[in-house]
Ligand binder design. Sequence first.
Ligand code: 9MR
Ligand code: 9MR
Ligand code: ZN
Length: 741
Amino acid sequence: MKRILICILSLALTMACVLIYRHLSKNTDTPAAGASPTAEAVHTPLVSADPYLTSPFALGSYAPIEPDNTTGFETGWYTQTSVGSLVEDFSYEDKNITVVSGGTDINGAAFYRDGIPFVNGTSYTINFTVSSSVSRTIQVIALNAVTGEVLASSSFSVTDTPTAQSFTFSMTSNSTYNGRLSFKIGNDGTEASQSEHTIYFSSIRIVPSVWITDVKTNQFSYFTDAEKRCTFSYDAGDVFDVINTATGEVIYTGAIVNKIYSDATKETDCYGDFTNVTAPGTYAVHSQIGTSSYTFSIGTEAYAELDNSLLRMISMQRCGSDIDSSWALDMSHAMCHTDTATIYGTEETLDVTGGWHDAGDYGRYIKTGAKTVNDLLFSYMGNPNLYSDSTNGPDSNNGIADILDEARYELEWMLKMQDSDGGVYNKVLTTGLADTILPEEDTQKMWVLEKETASTADFAGSMAIAALAYKNIDAEFANTCLDAAVSAYSYLKDHPDLYDAKNPDDITGGSYIESSDTDGRFTAAIALYIATEKAEYLDDAKAYYAKDDTCANGIYWNTNGGYGRYLYLVKCIDEKDTDFYSSMMKSLAAEAGTVLAMEQGNSYNASLTAYTWGSNGITSDNGILLAMYYDMTNDMAYLQAAYEQVSYLLGRNSLHTSFVSGIGTYSPKDVHSRIAKAKSTILPGALVGGPNASREDPVTIAMADTVPAAKTYSDSFDSYSTNEIAVYWNSSLIHLLSKLR
Ligand code: 9MR
Ligand code: 9MR
Ligand code: ZN
C-alpha cells in the first residue's frame, strides 16, 4: 500500500514537473532590451511570469488521465444455440463461451459476428487464439450474411492450451459488406463436446490483402503528448490495433468504444483512443474486421513543415509584388493591382498597393487582414523560437523571422488605408469580381471603400499589437505602428457609435458586416494600454467591458475581443489581484468552457455545433481559445481538446479529408483560388472553409437534401462556400499550432 502511494506521489510529482517544464519551455520570449517606443517597460513580455505558478487554479489539479482502453465497447459478437444455453463472458479481446449443451451437431451452437466486408478479389486471413476446457473440434465459416452463401470453411482441433490459429481464403464470389464470421461450437460427435465446457477465444482478427481505408485519423501527425483518437464506423468490431508501419508490428491494442449516433453526420460511430502511444514513428490503425486508417505519424517535428506551408500560402496571397517561382513554384505570377485606387464617391485617388488578396477573390479587407496579422503576431510573441528566417518564403534570410515579414507586408498596406484623421477605409475592391484570371490580368477600376469604426477599431488593435511585437525587432516600425494605433483610437473616440459600411450596390465583393465594434475597441484599448502604459486606455477597456461583457470574447474575424483579453491576462499578470483581472479570467473560462462543451458533444471532437461558412476556421479559432485557457490554468482537458481540433482539421472527420491542401493522404485539390484555377495548379498549404450546411454556392445547393450538415462540402472550385481559401483561416491554424508545438 505504502509503495503504491509513493508511486502515485512520485508520478504526480513527475507530472507536475513535466507540466511546469512544458510551460516554461513553451513560453519563452525574446529578451526585452532597449528600443522601447515609450518609457521604461514595466510590463513584461507576452508571457510575463509562469502563469502556472501564479494561476488562480490549484497546482497540479489536472494531470493527463490515462485513458481506459478496455471498457466501453459495445460488442457485435453474438452467440446462438438451438438447444440448452450458452454463457458469454466477453471482454474487448477475450470471448469466453460456456457451452451447456452442444445439441445434435456442430451447428448446435455458434459464436459469430456480421458486418464484415468480404470483397471479390481480396484474400482474407482469419487469425484467432483458442483453447477449450475439453479437447474438441470447432468449425470456422465465412459466409455472405445476406445470401447465406458459404465463402470458406475450416476445422480446428482445440485443446486446453491456447493456440494461435489461422486460415486464409480468396474471395471469388460477389462482394458483400455484410459478411459473417461464424465459429461453430456445437456437438462435434464426441462426448466431450456434449458435456458442459468452456471455449476461450481471443485475438480474433480479419486481415485482408487489401485494406478498406475507413478508419479516420489525423492523416498527418499526432502531437507526441496529445490525446490521440480515431473514429470507426459502428460495426468495426470490438478491438483495434496500432501498427508500426515500418516493422509491421502491433504496438498497441485497445477497445473500440462509445457507439453513438450524430445527427450532424447521420452516422453511428465509435472511437478508439491510443493516447498512450507516444513513440515517434509511422503508424496505421487496423480494426478487428479488416478496415484500416491511412498511414500517419506521431511526433511533433512534422509540424514545422506544415507551419511553413501554411505561412507560404499567405505569402502567395500577396498583392502588388512579384510572386516568384523560386519559392511559389507553380503559383508564381506577376505583380498585380499596381494602379492607384479611387476613394468611392470622390475623384480622389490613393496608393493602396500591397497587402494580401483575402481569399479566392482579389478583394483586400481591413477586418480580415487585422485578424490575420493578430494571429501571426501572437504566434511569434507566444513562441518566438518556433519561427525561422529560412522557410523558403519571399523574405527568407533577411535577418527577421519570416512570420514577422509576412505580418509586416499587410501592416504596411494597412497603414496606407488610414486617413489623416485616423479613420481607416474598410476595403479595396474592383468594380466587379474578377473572372477566373490571374490578378495581374484583373485591370478593372479599383475602389477604396469608406471609413468605418469597425475597421478602424480592428486596425487600431493590430497596430498596437504590432508595436509590441516589433519593439525589439525594428523600433522605428514599432513606433510607426503605435502612432497609427493612437490616431486610429482617437478617431474612435470621436466616433463613439458603430459605423459599419455596406458595399455600394455597384461593387461586388466580401461584405464582412459586423453588428458591433466594441470588441475591436476593447482589444485596441488593451493593446494600447500595454504599449503605452497609459491608464486611460485601461479605463476605457474596463468601461467597454462594463457596458457589454461579450466584448472580451472571440478571436474570429468579426468578434475579436479575445485577443485583448489574452494580452491582458498574460502581459498584466502583475495586476492579477484586481477585479478586472479576475473578470478577464472568468470571461476566458466561460468562453473556453462553452467551446469545450461543444468539443465533447461532437462525435469527431470538433468544437462545432453548427456547420456554417468557414466552419474550419471557426474550429481552429476555437482551438486557440481552448489553448489560451490552458495557458492560464494548465487544465489538461483544454489542451487535449485543442489538439483534437487539429486532428479534426487534418482528417479525423466524417469526410475523411485533411482540409489543408497537400497535407495528409487525401486533401483538397480544386480549391476556390482564382490564381490556382487560372494556372491549373494546386495551391498548397491552404486550409479550406469546410462544411457549410447553409448551402451558399451552386454545388452544395445541388446536393441531395439528405446530405448531412457535417458532410455539406465539395472539393470543387465552384463550391466557394465550402472550398474557398482565406488568409485568416490559415493564420488561425498557424496560431493554434504555435500553442501546441
Ligand atoms: O470568388 C468569389 C468568392 O471569393 C466569394 O466568396 C463568393 C461569394 O461572394 O463569390 C465568388 O464569386 C462567384 C460569384 O459570387 C458568382 N459567380 C461565380 C463567382 C466565382 O465562382
Ligand atoms: O468567411 C466569411 C464568412 O464568415 C461569411 O459567412 C461569408 C459570407 O458573408 O463570407 C466569408 O468570407 C468570404 C467573403 O465574403 C468573400 N471573399 C471570400 C471569403 C471567404 O470565403
Ligand atoms: Zn493583387
